[in-house]
Design a protein around this ligand. Structure first.
Ligand code: FES
Ligand SMILES: [Fe+2]
Length: 409
């Protein structure tokens, strides 16, 4: 076989739906467009309601479309979100990642606002503006906020985007019966990785990489039912994976999980990917939530949350925390391997790289080693961006220099 027939020199031997141009993971132009067309219009999880337990509790959130936000619980217990930007001259209002503020006062000229966004005071307002401009004429910019699907706080910076329910559709149907009770975050950490956010979502959308996870091979891949789990795609780019029974006892030093989860068969595992970068992962005794927040084409913050039931006894909670940390905590058996995987991809696929395409071509009847979950994601990416994921600059006269070079290849 001639070397010239390999994918380093010619497009892969698959339909265009089965491979992706690597500039999707590196190109600054595409990233800016994703911020506008994808993140600026999608529902994004900012935090969980249990992280704002009391009136006036807030969290600051760097929204992936680029706008910094404040998420705050009001005196009326309602959770609202606002731009973290002072309407006077654009200073940052709140700097801490978490806190409590009955009154939000800007450090610059001391204008202040309440937790419903109302302006409370303009310092020396009368002297400076007389009757030309008053508190009623200003206030914080509110952002659409809905609490739901397990008590997560979803935000959407587009006032005209479709509602959260319509956005999710039936995608979380498998999980909803298991999230009807109040949940509580017991674990939070984040990883900042020099890689593209889609690569993390890809990792959550395929199980073929279980070859990398000794723990998953022993407790899952080698157990009955693993290859029967199927991917189901939903509108708007979401996908779910059916359940199986995880055999923790097959792993040295582990035991059957006892605490379980309401309504979930013992050892059950349901995973649901929500476009463009969130994953619900209910595994035996807890939910893990990943949110991928890009900072640029080659930098992502991944927030990891572990959740139990609000009604947990101390013993139940301790067991959930242990189950979480064995696999997924920063020192767990599994999570850092996934991080190494996407770090390695980001390290290799830099702009101007010689890598031109990555392949999503596995077809196994949509079972767990099929790459249909990723194909479903990139079909939605192409629809929303108005570009082909396999050839994103095909008819773009403003394409960067690298695009022209590749088109000629
Ligand atoms: S910028 Fe906030 S008070 Fe002036
Ligand atoms: Fe993994």
């Amino acid at each position: 076989m001639s070397l010239d027939s390999t994918q380093w020199h010619a497009k892969p031997k698959f339909p265009e739906t089965h491979y992706v141009d690597t500039r999707l993971y590196t190109d600054e132009t595409l990233f800016r467009e994703e911020q506008e067309k994808i993140f600026g219009k999608s529902w994004i999880i900012a935090c969980h309601e249990s992280e704002l337990p009391n009136a006036y509790d807030y969290r600051t959130f760097q929204h992936p479309a680029g706008t910094p936000l404040i998420v705050v619980r009001g005196e009326d217990t309602k959770i609202r979100s606002f731009y973290n930007i002072c309407p006077h001259r654009g200073n940052t209002l709140l700097y801490d990642p978490v806190g409590s503020a009955k009154r939000i006062q800007c450090i610059f000229h001391a204008w202040s606002y309440d937790t419903t966004g109302r302006c409370l005071e303009i310092s020396r307002g009368k002297q400076g503006y007389q009757d030309r401009f008053k508190c009623e004429d200003t206030g914080l910019r509110e952002v659409r906020t809905t609490v739901g699907y397990g008590g997560f706080v979803w935000v959407n910076t587009d006032d005209n985007a479709l509602g959260l329910q319509e956005y999710i559709g039936d995608a979380l149907g498998m999980l909803e019966p298991h999230m009807s009770m109040p949940l509580e975050v017991f674990h939070y950490h984040k990883a900042v990785v020099n890689t593209n956010y889609k690569l993390w979502h890809d990792t959550n959308s395929e199980f073929y990489h279980d070859y990398m996870h000794y723990f998953n091979r022993i407790t899952g891949m080698l157990q009955p039912g693993y290859f029967e789990r199927k991917y189901v795609g939903y509108p708007h780019g979401h996908a779910s994976v059916g359940s199986m029974q995880i055999r923790y006892d097959a792993y040295e030093g582990s035991k059957e999980r006892g605490v379980g989860w309401p309504g979930l068969a013992p050892g059950g595992w349901i995973l649901i990917d929500i476009f463009p970068g969130m994953t619900y992962n209910l595994r035996t005794s807890l939910i893990r939530m990943d949110t991928a927040i890009p900072l640029g084409p080659n930098k992502v913050v991944i927030e990891f949350r572990g959740l139990g039931l609000k009604s947990d006894t101390p013993e139940q909670r301790a067991e959930r925390i242990r189950d979480h940390n064995v696999i997924w905590g920063p020192f767990g058996r599994n999570l850092h391997e996934d991080l190494l995987g996407v770090y390695g991809q980001g390290r290799a696929m830099r702009d101007r790289t010689d890598s031109k395409w990555v392949i999503h071509g596995r077809e196994e009847d949509m079972t767990i080693h099929d790459e249909g979950g990723m194909r479903h994601f990139y079909a939605e990416w192409s629809r929303v961006m108005g570009r082909s994921a396999s050839d994103p600059f095909s008819d773009d006269r403003a394409a960067p220099e690298s695009a022209k070079t590749r088109a000629a290849a």
